[in-house]
Design a protein around this ligand. Structure first.
Ligand code: AMP
Ligand code: MG
Length: 420
C-alpha cells in the first residue's frame, strides 16, 4: 500500500458518507494472484476477466418436454391424421436430422433436430390411437427452442475481474467447463481488542471486568468477508503494549483492525499511538453509534505501510463502524468493487427525539404485516446494547438534529447487505 501521509487530518467529525468514500479511495487492491480449483473458489475475487470459451447454449435445444416439428408439417396436418412421431431425442443425444413428414418426441435440454423449427409442450398435445400428434391452438415459429449462443457467444466477457464468486457465478463458470480460476490472494487481517477490563468468554469474571465480545463478533465478520484473521487477542491499555502489538500486526497482515481505546479519554491510547507513528488520517465520524472511529497507517513514511482501522469499543458502535466503513475498505483491498449501499424508504412506527450533531442509525425490525413496511425499534438503543443489534433487520437512518415522527418516512438500510 502506498503511503498517503501528508493529507490533511479533518478537524472535527467527518460525515459518514464522506468517511466511507475516503476509505474506498484510500484502499489499494492486493496485487497477489493465485490459480485455484473452481471447487474452492466460492467467496474469492476474480483477478482476471473470464472470456466465454463456448456459446451458451451450445446447440439449439428444447426448453420443454414435448414434440419438435416443422411448422409447415403441422399446418399441413391440421384437421387430418396428425403427425407421426418418427424420432425420440432425450437429453444427451447428438444433433439428429428430423425425418420428413413427422415429428420428434423431445425432452428438456435435448438438441433440437435439424429441420425442426418449433417445440410443442407435451401438455398441448393429444396422441391418437396410432400415436399421431394432434395440437390445440396456434403455434409460433421458434417456440420453446433455446437458441445456440442466445445467452453468451464464445469470446465475449463472462465475468469481469473484481467479481465476487458466489454460487451462481461458480455455476456459470462450471457451465462453460472451466475448472480453474485466477483469483486474488485472501486478505490477511490482524485483529486486536484493547482494554484492561477485557477478559475472554469462559473465564471467571471479577466485578468490573467485561467479556471481549467485539473480538468474537469481528472474527465472525472477517470470516464472512473471506479474510484470514491473525488474532492478536487483548492488548493492555498502554502505549507501549499498543506499539508492540502494532509492530507484530503490521508484519503479519495486510490490514490491522483494532477495537476500543480510540476515543479521547486518558485511557484511550490508539489515536496518540497512530499519531506517534505518523499515520493518522481521520478520527471521529458524525454518526451514532460509531463516533470514535479512526483510520491511519502504521509506520507511514516508509515505502510500504499497513493500513489501520480503529473501531470503537462499544459493541454496537464497533459493528456499525465495520459495516458502513471498514467493510468497503476491505472489499477494495480484496480487489472487489465497493458495493453501493442498498436503502429504501420505510415508515417509522414510533416517535423518538433526534440525535444532536450527528446522524443516528437506529436498530429496527420491519413489520411487514401492513401494506407498507413499518419500522419498530428492535430494543434498547444504547451503543453497548447488543440485544437489539442481534434482533434488528436493519438501520433506520435519522439525520442530525431531526426528531423521529410516528408515520414519517425515513431511510432504511437492510443489514443483510453487509453479510459478505
Ligand atoms: P473504549 O472505546 O475503550 O472507551 O470502550 C468503550 C466501552 O466499550 C467500554 O464500556 C468498554 O468496556 C467496552 N468495550 C471495549 N472493548 C470491548 C470489547 N472488545 N468487547 C466488549 N466491550 C468492549
Ligand atoms: Mg477502553
Amino acid at each position: 500500500m502506498n503511503c498517503q501521509c501528508g493529507e490533511v487530518v479533518t478537524p472535527g467529525l467527518l460525515d459518514v458518507f464522506k468517511a466511507r468514500q475516503w476509505l474506498i479511495d484510500a484502499a489499494s487492491p492486493l496485487d497477489s494472484i493465485e490459480d485455484i480449483s473452481l471447487d474452492s473458489a466460492a467467496g474469492r475475487v476474480l483477478a482476471q476477466t473470464v472470456v466465454a470459451p463456448l456459446d451458451m447454449p451450445g446447440v439449439d435445444n428444447s426448453a420443454m418436454d414435448g414434440y419438435a416439428l416443422r411448422l409447415a408439417d403441422y399446418h399441413a396436418s391440421l384437421g387430418g391424421a396428425g403427425l407421426p412421431v418418427l424420432q425420440r431425442v432425450p437429453a444427451g443425444a447428438g444433433v439428429l436430422l428430423l425425418p420428413a413428414g413427422g415429428c420428434a418426441r423431445i425432452f428438456t435440454g435435448a438438441p433440437v433436430p435439424v429441420g425442426a423449427d418449433s417445440v410443442v409442450p407435451q401438455e398441448r398435445v393429444t396422441l391418437d390411437q396410432h400415436g399421431h400428434v394432434h395440437l390445440e391452438g396456434a403455434l409460433v415459429k421458434g417456440a420453446n427452442i433455446r437458441r445456440q449462443g442466445e445467452e453468451t457467444c464464445a469470446g465475449t466477457q463472462l465475468l469481469a475481474a473484481g467479481e465476487y464468486l458466489n454460487a451462481a457465478s461458480i455455476a456459470l463458470l462450471a457451465s462453460h467447463g472451466i475448472d480453474t480460476v485466477s483469483v486474488k490472494r485472501r486478505l490477511r487481517v490482524a485483529l486486536l481488542s484493547t482494554g484492561d477490563e477485557l477478559i475472554a468468554p469462559g473465564a471467571l469474571r471479577s466485578p468490573g471486568q467485561v467479556y471481549d465480545s467485539n473480538r468474537a463478533m469481528l472474527n465472525v465478520l472477517l470470516a464472512q468477508a473471506q479474510c484470514d484473521v491473525v488474532d492478536l487477542g487483548v492488548i493492555a491499555d498502554s502505549p507501549h503494549a499498543l506499539h508492540h502489538a502494532f509492530d507484530h500486526a503490521q508484519s503479519a497482515a495486510d490490514v490491522v483492525l483494532c477495537t476500543g481505546g480510540v476515543s479521547v479519554g486518558e485511557e484511550d491510547h490508539v489515536r496518540p499511538v497512530i499519531e506517534q507513528r505518523g499515520g493518522l488520517h481521520f478520527h471521529g465520524v458524525a454518526m451514532k453509534p460509531g463516533k470514535p472511529f479512526a483510520f491511519g497507517y502504521l509506520d507511514a513514511g516508509r515505502f510500504s505501510v499497513t493500513p489501520l482501522i480503529a473501531l470503537p469499543g462499544n459493541p454496537v458502535a464497533s459493528l456499525v463502524g465495520w459495516q458502513l466503513l471498514a467493510l468497503p475498505f476491505i472489499h477494495v483491498m480484496q480487489g472487489r468493487r465497493p458495493m453501493a449501499l442498498q436503502r429504501y424508504s420505510v415508515k417509522a412506527g414510533f416517535a423518538k427525539r433526534g440525535p444532536r450533531g450527528r446522524c443516528e442509525l437506529l436498530r429496527v425490525v420491519l413489520d411487514g404485516s401492513n401494506e407498507a413496511p413499518v419500522a419498530q425499534l428492535a430494543g434498547g438503543q444504547g451503543s453497548h446494547m447488543l440485544s437489539a443489534a442481534s434482533q434488528a433487520h436493519g438501520y433506520l437512518m435519522v439525520n442530525a438534529d431531526t426528531d423521529v415522527v410516528e408515520g414519517g418516512d425515513y431511510v432504511y438500510y437492510p443489514i443483510s447487505q453487509f453479510a459478505a
